[in-house]
Design a protein around this ligand. Structure first.
Ligand code: HEC
Length: 471
């Protein structure tokens, strides 16, 4: 299957925009992931500020971009961007200083789409800090995980100020670590199990160098107390990673009751190909943590038996097609090469041996985009939109979008609707753009769609109104 190339569209945008708009596109493509889409800072420093760490003059900023800053993640861009483009970036950064830090545009109450006017409600968002995942226990109540290491109740649209007590402490010192996805047991109403993925580390959690790995646990919540905790997946200390990032982690309970979860490459790209190492994989376990007998690598010597697929860089969205039952997963690429894949038991998705992306540093990851024995994505996005959550639409409120796939993007701050026919994406509609990093999407029991945004942190509730018909 040939992937759909998005770069042609990108070039078209570049060609029709003015010079400064071009700088903004270059900025969002290459810089916004670390410095924030609105220069407000993210994993790296903000770029609208009074105090510059490495020089505030035109020449200093030019040099920092072109040659990089030693001993930091800031690599030189001279091998990727032409001097002319770096000049336009410096102008863009300097002219942005005059304006106060750009805030996300205020949300309109109605957003027109192809089939519906979407009504957007902003729920009690002021209190969240990096909301990561949402799960509804009933029509009034949902659980929200926050990257900072909290789990809280959202009751009738209001966030409980008291977090749930008794949860493990988590390592939040890397850009992507902390509390991640939550899931409810398919039989939650009877057994009360809640599943949580978090960044576990040994030693001092304040230490960026504490060796860590994603850990999967389950427990029960009695009012505000986490109890009965069981560890379902962890690795021996010898497999922990120092200074890793890209911990994953998304959950999916498929219709058969298997629990899937994902762990990113933690910066150890080659280990994504090794069955004995935990990073760069999708996993499948039974709900009690035991290993399904027909997992693909149960008999492979030295393999972690929970592995379901390998060569996945950082799967941040996973969802089961309501009709075909196929499991779709978004994989967050490096610079370029975000992927949408259909997961097949035991398959190799190629990272880092094949990829449509290049490393953040500008280094080539691989010359190859395809190879015998490795899967091709259904769609790849270059430049990278920083693809994250995925959710199939089943709500009767959005009947015209039945079985479409919603995906969210972090750096590009997008919510997109993908129309899928015969395992191909035949159309993509942009639904939200520029309101924040889209971290999670969930259908609530009343059929509305909940969207979690980061930077600014928001909980949105989307409902649909039919568009007035034209005569
Ligand atoms: C992989 C992450 C990453 C990317 C991508 C990145 N930077 Fe940086 N940048 C950093 C880090 C880290 C620093 C050092 C300061 C800090 O620790 O936050 C830095 C520093 C800088 C500085 C100096 C800030 C100061 O206070 O003096 C500038 C200017 C800058 N980056 C511009 C850019 C531009 C323009 C791009 C895109 C072409 C870019 N950066 C892409 C991580 C990144």
């Amino acid at each position: 299957m040939k992937p759909v190339l998005a770069s042609g569209i990108f070039l078209l945008i570049m060609a029709t925009k003015t010079y400064s708009q071009q700088a903004e596109v270059i900025y969002k493509t290459y810089c916004g992931g670390c410095h924030g889409a609105r220069l407000e800072g993210n994993s790296a420093t903000k770029l609208i500020k009074d105090k510059w760490q490495h020089g505030s003059t035109y020449n200093a900023i030019f040099k920092n971009i072109k040659s990089g800053i030693p001993k930091t993640e800031m690599k030189g861009w001279g091998n990727i961007l032409k001097d002319k483009e770096i000049n336009s970036l410096v102008n863009f950064i300097i002219s942005s200083q005059k304006a106060p830090a750009k805030k996300a545009p205020s949300l309109p109450s109605g957003i027109p789409t192809q089939d519906y006017i979407l009504k957007v409600e902003k729920l009690d968002s002021g209190h969240t800090s990096t909301p990561w995942a949402i799960e509804f226990v009933n029509s009034q109540q949902a659980l929200i995980s926050e990257k900072t290491g909290r789990l809280r109740w959202l009751v009738n649209g209001k966030l409980d100020t008291v977090p749930i007590r008794g949860l493990p402490a988590t390592h939040t010192k890397s850009a992507t670590g902390g509390f991640m996805d939550i899931a409810l047991d398919p039989k939650y109403q009877q057994n009360g199990w809640v599943y949580l993925a978090y960044s576990h580390a040994n030693g001092n959690l304040q230490d960026r160098d504490a060796p860590g790995m994603t850990r999967i646990i389950r427990g029960k919540i009695k009012d505000h107390e986490w109890t009965d905790e069981q560890t379902l997946f962890e690795v021996p200390d010898s497999l922990l990673v120092v200074r890793g990032d890209r911990w994953g982690c998304r959950f999916l309970f498929d219709k058969a009751g298997y629990l899937y979860f994902t762990i990113g490459d933690m910066g150890k790209a080659m280990a994504s190909q090794e069955l004995s190492r935990p990073t760069g994989k999708v996993y499948r376990i039974n709900s009690d943590g035991s290993i399904p007998k027909d997992n693909p690598f149960v008999n492979a010597p030295g393999a972690l038996p929970a592995i379901f697929t390998i060569g996945n860089r950082d799967v941040q969205g996973i969802a089961q097609h309501p009709v075909t039952g196929a499991i779709w997963a978004t994989d967050h690429g490096p610079r370029g090469g975000d992927e949408l894949n259909i997961l097949k038991k035991g398959a190799n998705y190629g990272w880092p041996l094949i990829t449509y992306g290049i490393d953040y540093s500008g280094k080539t990851v691989s010359e190859k985009t395809e190879q015998e024995g490795m899967e091709q994505p259904v769609v790849q996005w270059t430049p990278s939109i920083a693809v994250c959550p995925a959710e199939f639409i089943t709500s009767p409120l959005f009947a015209k979008w039945k079985n479409n796939l919603l995906i969210g993007a972090l750096a590009f701050e997008e919510l997109r609707r993908l129309v899928i026919v015969n395992n191909k994406v035949i159309k993509q509609e942009l639904i939200l753009k520029g309101y924040g990093r889209v971290r999670d999407i969930k259908t609530s029991p009343d059929g509305s769609l909940y969207v979690l945004l980061n930077k600014p942190d928001m909980i949105l509730r989307l409902t649909a109104r039919e568009k007035p018909k034209l005569k």
